[in-house]
Ligand binder design. Structure first.
Ligand code: NDP
Ligand code: 2IT
Length: 451
C-alpha cells in the first residue's frame, strides 16, 4: 500500500469511528470498501476534494420508530423499527427488511452501505437502503407476526413508495411477512403498486424471486470456478444457514452435480455424508418454510446424517463453501480449516459473513473468494426485475427471469475481473466489486452536484 492509502485510510476511519461510536459492523463494512478504493481516490483527487467517501458514509436519511403491538396473551410489546436510506444516486432506495433480535443501528447501516454498492453492480437503477426491527419472529404465531407487520408498516408507509424506496425481505422476512406488510401498505395508501418486492406471484411478485439469491450465488460461483477450469460437478459443498438463501443455493449446487453435505442454523449444523437429493431438499423446504422447524430435525428423518450442536460447518472437508446465514459467521479458525482441508472456492451468499481476518487467510492462500455484494446480488437484481414487471404491468416467464439473472451475474463477474485482476493473475473479487461499484456511485453523485 502507498503511504497515501495508509494515511488516508487511518485518518478517515478514525473520523468515522468518532462520529459513529460503537457501530462495529458499520466500521467493518466501510473499512473493507475503503481498503479497496483508497488507491482510486488517490488517482482521482477531485473525488477527495468532493469528500465523496464522507458523503457515501453518511446516510441520506435514518428513520427510527416505535413499533407497539399486542401479543396473543394480550400483553403489550414494544419493538424498535429502522429504515436507513443510504444513497439514492442511481435510483430509488432499495433493500431488504430484517427481523432479528440482534438488529440495531450499526447492523442497519452496514447493510444499507453494502446494499448501495451491490445494487450498483446489478446494472439496474437502484439506490441503497436497509430496514428492520429487533422483533424476533421465532416462536411467534401467524397472528402475532401479522399484528407486528401491520404496526411496523403503519409508520414505514410514509417513508416509502415505488419511486422513493422499495423494501423486500431479508433475515426473518419472507413471503409471509411481505404479504402482511403489503396488505397494510395497500390499505393505508389506497394504492396497489410495486412498493415492495418478493410479493406472492398472484399479487405482483416475480417468478424466481424466492430462488434468485441462492441461484445467483451458484451462477456466480460457476463463473469463479470456470476461471480455473473447474465447475460444480462432483464437488463437495458446505452450506451454512437453512433459510431462503441457503435453501436455494443448496438446491442449485445439487442440481449442478455437486454433493451438498451440510446446512445449519444458529444452534448447529447437520452433516449428511451422502449429500442432499431432491427428496431431502423437499423435506428441508417443508421443515423450514411450512412447519418452521429447526435443522436438527433433519437427522430424525435421515438417521445416517449427524447433527453437531453449537458448531459451524467449516471444519467439514469440502471443495466449495457457501456461507449463507449471517454476518461474521466465518472466522479465522473456520477459514484456516477450509484452507487446510483443500477448499478451492468461498462464495458468499450472506452479507459480510467472513471476518476481515478470515478474508486475509482465504485470499492469502489464493482461494477463489467473492464478497456477498457481488455474489448475492441476484436477489436484489431479481427484485429490480420485479419492479420492471410491475411498472410495465406484465409477467415474465421463469425462463425469461432466469436468463436475465444469469446475464446479470455474469456482468457482475466481468466487472470484478476488470477491476480486480492483479499482475499475478489472481482475481481479487473484493477489490473488483468495490472499485467497480464505487466508480459508478461516485460518478452519479458528482453528476448530481452537492446534494
Ligand atoms: P432467513 O431468515 O431465511 O435465514 C437465515 C438463516 O441464517 C437461518 O438458518 C438462521 O438460523 C441463520 N441465522 C440468522 N442469524 C443468525 C445468527 N446470528 N447466527 C447464526 N445463524 C443465523 O434469511 P435469508 O436466507 O434471507 O438471509 C441469509 C443471509 O443472506 C443474510 O445475511 C441476508 O442479509 C443475506 N441476503 C439475503 C437475500 C434475500 O434475498 N433474502 C439477498 C441477499 C443477501 P436461525 O433460524 O437459527 O436464526
Ligand atoms: O441483502 C439483500 O440484497 C436483500 N436482502 C435483498 C434486497 C432486495 O431488495 O431484494
Amino acid at each position: 500500500m502507498s503511504s497515501f492509502t495508509d494515511k488516508y485510510t487511518a485518518s478517515f476511519m478514525s473520523g468515522l469511528i468518532a462520529r459513529n461510536p460503537g457501530e462495529t459492523e458499520f466500521h467493518q463494512a466501510v473499512s473493507e470498501v475503503l481498503g479497496s478504493v483508497a488507491p482510486t481516490l488517490e488517482a482521482y483527487p477531485y473525488l477527495l476534494d468532493a469528500k465523496i467517501m464522507e458523503r457515501m458514509t453518511e446516510p441520506e436519511r435514518v428513520i427510527m420508530f416505535r413499533v407497539p403491538w399486542m401479543d396473543d396473551s394480550g400483553e403489550i410489546q414494544i419493538n424498535r423499527g429502522f429504515r436507513v436510506q443510504m444513497n439514492s444516486a442511481i435510483g430509488p432506495y432499495k433493500g431488504g427488511i430484517r427481523f432479528h433480535p440482534s438488529v440495531n443501528l450499526s447492523i442497519m447501516k452496514f447493510l444499507a452501505f453494502e446494499q448501495t454498492f451491490k445494487n450498483a453492480l446489478t446494472t439496474l437503477p437502484m439506490g441503497g437502503a436497509k430496514g428492520g426491527s429487533d422483533f424476533n419472529p421465532r416462536g411467534k404465531s401467524d397472528a402475532e407476526v401479522m399484528r407486528f407487520c401491520q404496526s411496523f408498516m403503519t409508520e414505514l408507509q410514509r417513508h416509502i413508495g415505488q419511486d422513493t424506496d422499495v423494501p423486500a425481505g431479508d433475515i426473518g422476512v419472507g413471503g409471509r411477512e411481505i404479504g402482511f406488510l403489503f396488505g397494510q401498505y395497500k390499505r393505508l395508501r389506497d394504492e396497489f403498486s410495486g412498493t415492495l418486492t418478493g410479493k406472492g406471484f398472484a399479487w405482483g411478485g416475480s417468478l424466481l424471486r424466492p430462488e434468485a439469491t441462492g441461484y445467483g450465488v451458484c451462477y456466480f460461483a460457476q463463473q469463479m470456478l470456470a476461471t480455473r477450469g473447474e465447475g460444480f460437478e462432483g464437488k463437495t459443498v458446505v452450506v451454512s444457514g437453512a433459510g431462503n438463501v441457503a435453501q436455494y443455493a443448496a438446491q442449485k449446487a445439487m442440481r449442478l452435480g455437486a454433493k451438498v453435505v451440510t446446512m445449519s442454523d444458529s444452534d448447529g449444523y447437520i452433516y449428511d455424508p451422502d449429500g442432499l437429493d431432491e427428496e431431502k431438499m423437499a423435506y428441508i423446504f417443508r421443515l423450514k418454510n411450512v412447519l418452521r422447524g429447526r435443522i436438527k430435525e433433519y437427522v430424525t428423518e435421515y438417521p445416517t446424517a449427524k447433527y453437531v450442536a453449537g458448531e459451524k460447518p467449516w471444519r467439514v472437508k469440502c471443495d466449495i463453501a457457501l456461507p449463507c446465514a449471517t454476518q461474521n459467521e466465518l472466522d479465522a479458525d473456520g477459514a484456516r480449516a477450509l484452507v487446510q482441508n483443500g477448499c478451492i472456492c468461498v462464495t458468499e451468499g450472506a452479507n459480510m459473513p467472513t471476518t476481515p481476518e478470515a478474508i486475509e487467510i482465504i485470499q492469502g492462500a489464493k482461494l477463489l473468494y467473492s464478497p456477498g455484494k457481488a455474489s448475492n446480488a441476484g436477489g436484489v437484481a431479481t427484485s429490480g426485475l420485479e419492479m420492471t414487471q410491475n411498472s410495465i404491468r406484465q409477467k415474465w416467464t421463469a425462463e425469461e427471469v432466469d436468463s436475465h439473472l444469469r446475464r446479470i451475474m455474469s456482468d457482475i463477474h466481468a466487472a470484478c475481473l476488470k477491476y480486480g485482476t492483479g499482475e499475478d493473475g489472481y482475481i481479487n473479487y473484493v477489490k473488483g466489486a468495490n472499485v467497480a461499484s464505487f466508480l459508478k456511485v461516485a460518478g452519479a453523485m458528482m453528476d448530481q452536484g452537492l446534494v
